[in-house]
Design a protein around this ligand. Structure first.
Ligand SMILES: [Zn+2]
Length: 179
């Protein structure tokens, strides 16, 4: 099904259900479940809603669409996230994550445009805020973990890891080194 909205018309691609169900900003980009909403009511795509982030990690909800995760789930992050299997961002449905990483109509500026500011916090405390490489990995489960200052998602072993390059997923071979 191709929903009748400007993004779908422009890209002529079917949009996943999560995208069609989420509210959109003025440009038509979907506002994810954890996107922070400013006091004036507009979304701030560079910040996450802390309460919703916690809810997603604790209750197993997708960080993009807010629906319950299924058996397989995905995380997106830099080398440290992949090496430590630890992330501040809630895991996502695999199809939601793939869409966000590969389709311009998902509107994720951090993944689609290099050098774009992201959240004010790094994905793993104590690691670089803006990793030079980004990855998408799938795992079967995650657990809530608390460090001294925050709540994180610790993932089970990854089944597959891809590097995200210019909207494409490149299967990763071999070990990942953290810069
Ligand atoms: Zn989802």
């Amino acid at each position: 099904m191709v929903p009748n909205n400007p993004i779908a018309k422009r890209h002529r691609t079917p949009l996943p259900q999560w995208l069609t169900n989420r509210p959109r900003d003025r440009r038509g980009y979907p506002i994810t479940y954890v996107t922070a909403i400013r006091p004036d009511g507009l979304p701030d795509f560079t910040e996450v809603d802390g309460a919703r982030r916690l809810e997603c990690i604790r209750d197993g909800l997708c960080g993009l669409c807010g629906d319950p995760l299924r058996y397989w789930r995905a995380v997106i992050g830099g080398p440290a996230v992949i090496r430590l299997r630890l992330t501040l961002d809630p895991p996502m449905h695999v199809e939601c994550a793939i869409f966000a990483a590969t389709d311009r109509s998902a509107g994720c500026p951090f993944l689609l445009k290099t050098g774009t500011a992201r959240y004010s916090k790094p994905a793993v405390p104590g690691t670089p805020e803006r990793p030079s490489r980004m990855f998408l990995a799938t795992t079967r489960s995650h657990q809530l973990e608390r460090d001294v200052s925050d709540v994180l998602a610790r993932c089970a072993a990854f089944k597959n890891v891809w590097e995200i390059q210019d909207g494409k997923l490149i299967p990763l071979q071999g070990a990942i080194s953290c810069p």
